[in-house]
Design a protein around this ligand. Structure first.
Ligand code: SAM
Length: 247
């Protein structure tokens, strides 16, 4: 790492760089997050080209979502975060996959404390810009990266969370495999997705803006196939939480 890089980097991103599989020689942190999505060519994971992700990838859409989720977190129990269950050690590393406007990442930052590191990963630059403004700090940093190809080394995270994201990912099983890969043994993961309950089967066949509708046991089965233990699914209204631990 050059002197210029080490002095320009926000502290959280400097620490995040140490956890990367392939740290860039000249990290681009010009927008406040670490940009790791260059021209990946044929190696790039598939992209969601649906209407919903297009909204989250726009400036206006990210602003609207930011306000809507803040309201949902205040009034809907399904949006409350299982921070205690995640059992994040003080000084540990916690990962927020699809961090959006960054307030889940900020909660992880409070859980890890000043000596820990909370990392938010998102594919949308407008969302990342909002997250940096609202939540970046000495122990909270954001990465522009794809959940289907996390840039972190194996077994670097003590806990991971992903809230209302997997339904937008073309290969959710790849994203879950990546989360399982980067979790340390004993690390916990909690995922929340919207569901359509019993009428979900109908929605699977209707135009849905590129958002996938998961079957009741679909995510829990993937967790188990990935070797996660103690897998539990709970549906609250139109949202499902799935939790598991890496043995
Ligand atoms: C509905 S928002 C949820 C944001 C946040 N988790 C929250 O609870 O407020 C979905 C987020 O997932 C991000 N996303 C979608 N596909 C992604 C991918 N392949 N990799 C990383 N982030 C992705 C979107 O850009 C968006 O910020």
């Amino acid at each position: 790492m050059t002197d210029r890089v080490s002095t320009d980097l926000p502290p959280a991103l400097r620490r995040a760089l140490d956890l990367l599989i392939d740290p860039p020689a000249n990290p681009d942190v010009s927008k406040g997050y670490l940009d790791l999505l260059g021209d990946e060519g044929a190696a790039a994971p598939p992209k969601n080209t649906g209407a919903i992700q297009a909204v989250w990838a726009s400036g206006v859409g990210s602003m609207l979502y930011d306000n809507a989720q803040a309201f949902a977190r205040r009034v809907l129990s399904a949006w409350q975060l299982p921070i205690d269950w995640l059992n994040i050690p003080a000084g540990g590393v916690a990962l927020d996959v699809g961090s959006g406007p960054g307030n889940v990442t900020a909660s992880l930052g409070r859980a890890v404390g000043p000596d820990g590191l909370a990392i938010g990963v998102d594919i949308s630059e407008p969302m990342l810009a909002r997250a940096v403004k609202a939540a970046a700090g000495p122990n909270v940093g954001f990465l522009h990266a794809d959940a289907q190809k996390l840039p972190l080394r194996d077994e670097t995270a003590d806990a991971a969370i992903s809230v209302a994201v997997l339904q937008l990912i073309p290969q959710p099983e790849a994203a879950l495999a990546e989360i399982a890969r980067v979790l340390k043994p004993g690390g916990r993961v909690a995922i929340m997705v919207p569901t359509a309950g019993r009428i979900g089967e109908v929605f699977r066949w209707l135009p849905n803006g590129g958002a996938r509708v998961f079957r009741e046991d679909e995510l829990g089965d993937i967790f188990e196939e990935l070797g996660l233990a103690g897998v539990r699914s709970k549906t609250v209204g139109n949202f499902q939480w799935v939790r598991g631990k890496k043995p």
